[in-house]
Write a protein that binds this ligand. Structure first.
Ligand code: N5H
Length: 254
């Protein structure tokens, strides 16, 4: 029971294939008390069904991360209902489909800012509220991808957003460390989630990983989940400002 009785907020579940859902399952099995946010009405029913089935009684709150008032409301609610927060799993990103293929140089101002707003700034916005109720220390983690470290074909505007996310994570780690709040990122290999659904040639991408990654297999969401469990637990108490690659070792290749 690595995270027994820890109050952990999971942001970014949309369906059973979500990385956030795999993480929630691992945390739940290890004794955590979980709370969830979902993006908007369109997602509410499916997320509610998933959560109620597997973890009945879990708090489920609406949070569109582009809306400061909704973020405020979530943390006010958490303060009233659970008091102390120990962890946050941030597994949220968005970019317009048209910005994920074609040329990066043609990215619109609007598309660039939207990707930054939802995929990078949201971590900062959430951390700023969370620190006020992480009175016993805490652990915040986000999901990143190799395309924020180097050029990966078609990742485009998301790569720039992940670079901002990674650096935001480090600045947050530095500032929140004195309060014993750790901030880290997990860089997962490609996983077939709903967000990956529109990606053309996804099979080909997975195939390359199977062929070339040191472990010669693709990443399973449960592998990411176990690393998230480590980050949320006391086992990682000395780790902050880190990007942990859970990608079958693919990132070491040139
Ligand atoms: C190099 C690649 C392939 C190309 C890039 C894919 C980037 C995907 C990430 C973003 C977050 C996907 C996205 O926003 C899609 C939306 O335009 C449309 N989809 C949706 O609105 C669905 C319904 C919802 C669930 O999506 C979101 N985001 O809310 C990267 C891949 C090899 C690895 C990968 C897929 C990385 C990643 O960041 O997810």
């Amino acid at each position: 029971m690595l995270v027994k009785d820890k109050n952990i907020l999971v942001m970014g579940v949309i369906n059973k294939r979500s990385i956030a859902w795999a993480i929630a399952q691992a945390l739940h099995a290890a004794g955590a008390n979980l709370m969830f946010t979902y993006q908007g009405e369109r997602m509410e029913e499916s997320v509610r069904e998933l959560v109620n089935d597997a973890m009945p009684g879990s708090l489920l709150l609406r949070c569109d991360v582009t809306n400061d008032a909704e973020i405020d409301a979530v943390f006010q609610h958490l303060e009233e209902k659970v008091g102390v927060l120990h962890g946050i799993v941030h597994s949220i990103a968005f970019a317009k489909a048209e910005d994920l293929n074609g040329m990066f140089v043609e990215t619109s101002r609007d598309g660039y800012l939207l990707a930054q707003n939802i995929s990078a700034y949201s971590l900062v916005a959430v951390a700023n509220r969370a620190r006020k109720i992480m009175t016993e220390g805490g652990s915040i983690m986000t999901m990143t991808y190799l395309g924020g470290e180097r050029v990966v074909e078609n990742y485009n505007v998301m790569g720039v957003a992940k670079a901002a996310l990674d650096m935001s994570m480090r600045y947050l780690a530095n500032e929140l460390g004195p309060q014993n709040i750790r901030v880290n990122a997990v860089s997962a290999g490609p996983i077939r989630t709903l967000a990956a659904k529109g990606v053309k040639d996804f099979n080909k991408i997975l195939h390359t990983i199977e062929e070339k990654a040191p472990l010669r297999r693709t990443t399973d969401a449960s592998e990411v989940a176990d690393t998230a469990l480590y980050l949320m637990s006391n086992l990682s108490r000395g780790v902050t400002g880190e990007v942990i690659h859970v990608d079958s070792g693919y990132h070491i290749l040139g």
